[in-house]
Design a protein around this ligand. Structure first.
Ligand code: SF4
Length: 694
């Protein structure tokens, strides 16, 4: 029951769900949130919000919150509630003991895209400067790591090129592998407004998402491709543009490497990349694909928005580079209304990546092998840093199973539920001597933990989130931490217990350190954020007001780079036993694994995941709407109710992953992106059969 009172104060803060980064006023009575109202001055949302953000405070006071630290010798023992001192000493002693027995590189940590920039920065700093290795990774590993790789190679920086305002100047939009209506609702509203004003839309998605046809919005083209064939479709679009001479030669000559373009153009012009040649493979009508390519190349300002339907594939990085090629080919970069725009799933995916959470990169996307960069951090941190890249999350788990990786600190992430191949994750966690989980609730990963450190909601801490348009928004504490400490303070306690001498007293000091070490953040400070409301990086001497649109005069890397993107079929194949392809996504009313939305009182929340199946596929299996079905893959099986719909094509089924009962990741494979190990969540060969119940 939500008790509504009269607020006595308001605090402006930032929604902690998706990468839109809406600003809200938390209206408070004492230490209780009365309501959250979208802030009209918020530059990302301009007074709008979605249902998740409006009710985002409910879980903060849920009875499941753990507010005292707990430890146990073995994961089979019951939890013992202890003081913070005891918990931190227990954790630090275990980690140091592991390192003494198994070496400096036998422990590591995982940062969270849900946490603030300052928290994330401190976790990777602790791992590098205190643990003494680069075994730091982030949950962006399982969502947008291919964006980091692909855009970094093409343009020289791993970020979306535009601000959200840019959509107001677009004439043709490609939405590929994203469902903004459900995943990024406030941005979707702005996009729909532009579409109602006359912009044309091309949707590339296996599923007929809401944008394809909704009130007053109809896509000019929907290319319902077979899951796993993104690269073939995007390359075919480029084929049409190159072979029909529709590319922007002036832009390419001025802004891109011409030799690489010529090599790329020869590649895409080959007949095997034509819409007709790939039709059987992709299931996309060649005439529709040709018309879409012509529209994008000739329709005016062209913008591309994409999501996890691009990245969570074995060719995720290749698709990101293919999209970058398409934007350069058509000259759609460096001005309002165009660009390559990854829609980030979580509130601070961009920030987690910016802050050096990856095992090969220090803050600001600089490789750990760069002596000059390491030197900056070594002098400031007073530590010698490892120049070898560390382990990614899947490598940590593999090494744990092999017995060489023994200790893990996980902040704000439930890897058992959110990472692929649940059985393997469990085996890796079970093989470790010290797993430290810092979270709001006893999540699934905590079943394998030896130390549980209670975490804070976004309402209980100060800091910043960076949204999908590189906008750094302030997060302001509206209530005291229920557990006594903000998350950044807990990291400081652990680091100091392991020998560091940190003395931060406020996250603003952490931001000052980020600014001192990271060129794209050099001008960022809490004072500036108070003055401007928010600012988009790069923000430094060259761009003191921040940078709404990137690559205006040139790419960060100099010349834009065309990269040949050869389609390689996923190793996941359908066959007689598993004839259907499963792909996954979100619904508007739930957020990721539902840890927060399922603990927030609201009648619109959906209480179960369902399986969308085409009526034809259902009929041949004797399945009716609402029946319980067993969904089985080579990896595992689960049960859920069927929803008959022609939103999915015959041969394709679809579900969401919000409820732990469904355990969608028991089904998914362990295939991953060739460049980044981002899991291939979006393609799994499955069979569906009637069953009696859950
Ligand atoms: Fe929060 Fe995203 Fe909804 Fe905005 S669109 S209120 S950031 S969940």
């Amino acid at each position: 029951v939500i008790e509504i009172g009269t607020p006595d104060r308001k605090v402006v803060t930032t929604c902690a769900y998706c990468g839109v980064g809406c600003s809200f006023e938390a209206e408070m009575r004492g230490d209780t949130v009365v309501r959250m109202t979208p802030w009209k001055h918020g530059k990302a949302n301009r007074g709008h919000s979605c249902v998740k953000g409006r009710f985002a405070w409910g879980y903060a006071s849920h009875g499941d919150r753990i507010t005292a630290p707990m430890i146990r010798e073995r994961i089979t023992d019951p939890w013992e509630v202890v003081t913070w001192d005891e918990a931190i000493t227990f954790a630090a002693t275990r980690l140091r003991d592991i390192q003494a027995r198994h070496g400096v590189k036998s422990i590591g940590g995982i940062t969270s895209s849900r946490c603030t920039n300052e928290e994330t920065y401190l976790v990777q700093k602790m791992i590098r400067a205190v643990f003494g290795n680069n075994n730091t990774d982030t949950c962006a590993r399982v969502c947008h790591s291919p964006t980091g790789y692909g855009l970094g190679r093409a343009f020289g920086t791993s970020a979306g090129t535009q601000d959200f305002d840019s959509v107001e100047h677009t004439d043709v939009v490609i939405v590929i592998g994203a469902n903004p209506t459900d995943g990024h609702p406030v941005f979707a509203s702005r996009l729909k407004k532009r579409l109602r004003e006359g912009a044309r839309l091309i949707v590339i998605d296996p599923r007929r998402i809401d944008l394809v046809r909704s009130p007053h919005v109809e896509a000019a083209h929907h290319l319902p491709l077979r899951p796993g064939t993104n690269v073939a479709v995007v390359t075919a679009l480029a084929h049409v543009i190159v072979t029909e001479g529709l590319y922007d030669e002036r832009f390419i000559r001025e802004r891109c490497d011409w030799d690489e373009f010529q090599h790329y153009a020869e590649f895409v012009a080959q007949d095997r990349h034509s819409p007709e040649a790939i039709a059987l493979l992709t299931g996309v009508d060649p005439q529709d694909l040709r018309a879409a390519a012509r529209l994008f190349a000739t329709g005016g300002n062209g913008a591309i928005y994409y999501g996890l339907g691009v990245t969570e594939h074995s060719q995720g990085s290749t698709t990101v580079m293919a999209i970058a090629n398409l934007a350069m080919l058509t000259g759609n970069l460096g001005r309002p209304g165009v660009g390559v725009n990854p829609l980030r799933g979580q509130n601070n995916v961009q920030g987690a990546c910016d802050m050096g959470s990856f095992p090969h990169e220090l803050p600001g996307y600089r490789h750990v092998s760069q002596d000059a960069t390491r030197d900056v951090f070594e002098r400031l941190w007073g530590a010698v840093l490892d120049k070898e890249p560390g382990l990614r999350i899947p490598n940590m788990l593999d090494a744990a199973v092999e017995g060489t990786f023994k200790g893990l600190y996980v902040q704000g992430e439930d890897i058992l539920q959110s990472d692929p191949d649940t059985h393997h994750v469990a085996a890796g966690l079970a093989a470790m001597d010290c797993v430290i989980v810092q979270d709001l609730f006893l999540n699934e990963t905590a079943n394998y933990a030896h130390v549980f450190l209670p975490g804070c909601t976004f309402l209980e801490k100060d800091g910043t989130f960076t949204n999908a348009e590189r906008r750094i928004n302030r997060v302001r504490k509206v209530m005291q931490p229920l557990n006594g400490f903000a998350d950044w303070e807990v990291t400081q306690l652990l680091a100091n217990a392991m020998g560091a001498g940190w003395a931060y007293t406020h996250p603003a000091q952490v931001m000052d350190e980020i600014a001192a070490t990271t060129p794209s953040f050099a001008g960022v400070s809490y004072e500036l954020l108070e003055e401007k409301g928010s600012v988009q990086w790069p923000c430094n001497e060259l761009h003191p007001e921040g940078t709404p649109i990137m690559h205006v005069d040139g790419f960060m890397r100099g010349k834009g780079r065309f990269i040949v993107t050869e389609y390689v079929a996923t190793e996941e194949r359908t066959g007689p036993r598993f004839p259907l392809l499963l792909t996954t996504g979100r619904i508007l009313s739930q957020y990721n694994v539902g840890a927060q939305t399922r603990r927030t009182a609201n009648t619109v929340w959906h209480d179960q995941d369902v399986l969308e199946i085409h009526p034809h596929d259902a009929e041949v299996r004797g399945i009716k709407d609402g029946d319980w079905v067993r969904l089985a893959s080579r990896a595992g099986d689960t049960s859920l109710r069927a929803l008959l719909t022609d939103r999915v094509s015959p041969g394709v089924v679809y579900t969401t992953f919000h409820h732990p009962d469904t355990q969608a990741n028991v089904i998914t494979t362990d295939f991953s992106d060739w460049a980044t190990n981002c899991p291939e969540y979006k393609v799994t060969a499955v069979q569906v059969a009637l069953t009696n119940g859950p």
